[in-house]
Design a binder for this molecule. Sequence first.
Ligand code: PLP
Length: 268
Amino acid sequence: PEPSRQAPLVPAAATIAGSDSGGGAGIQADLKTFQELGVFGASALTAVTAQNTLGVHGVHPIPPSMVTAQIDAVAEDIGPAAWKTGMLFSAEIIEAVADRASFYKWSRLVVDPVMIAKGGASLLQENAVQALRSLLLPLAQVVTPNIPEAEALTGMRIEAMADRKEAARRIHAWGVKYVVLKGGHGGNRAQSLDLLYDGRVFTEFAAPWIETRHTHGTGCTFAAALTAGLASGLPMDEGVLLAKRFIQAALTNPLNLGAGHGPTNHWG
Ligand code: PLP
């Protein structure tokens, strides 16, 4: 008789995010990062952007009912071990995603609170920040703001390290279990310091600053690597370490693509 063939045990993760036609950020960054880390990637598109290494040239949102339909199709068949959200664009899409997150009771939900692209294009409507805070963060396991996103979420001005910790405390109080406050926008040209807060203690993740213009998609890629780590069963602190190492490797070994900000969704 034929030996029975078992399906390989590949962890799966899913991303709910916008498409970057240039392949550097958004859905493309997430799926490539999952693949690099040995995790099968599924996706639900929230918006299509016309984009390259020079910037965002157009944004076209997907109807919320179609976002829901994609999530249902993936959840009911593939059953990813972890989910990630990126560009959600509108309050209506956030409502649709929060509805599905609570329906399926996702325990590993990584929320990257994407707001503005490095070039200045808006990836989240202004009135949607409140929906993100009140509807989605209470359902998330972890949220990964950079400093400007933490400022927009809390309304605080963040300057000193004490401000970062206060912002993390405020964000944690909305119900998310872990906050990763990324320090790359902190103005320190010696090191980049990320903070992990679990509601009790702060853990610091420091790495040397890398000077490069090839930083497109760093936020997406960081959160995707963390999602892949969680889908593979890593605890939160090891997931953050994996994400930080992945970004460090990408920044150290830029790909020579495009005339602008090159992508960071690769190991090096
Ligand atoms: N495009 C999409 C679809 C994104 O989700 C993001 C980031 O989250 C960006 C663009 C912005 O990328 P960056 O600001 O790193 O250039």
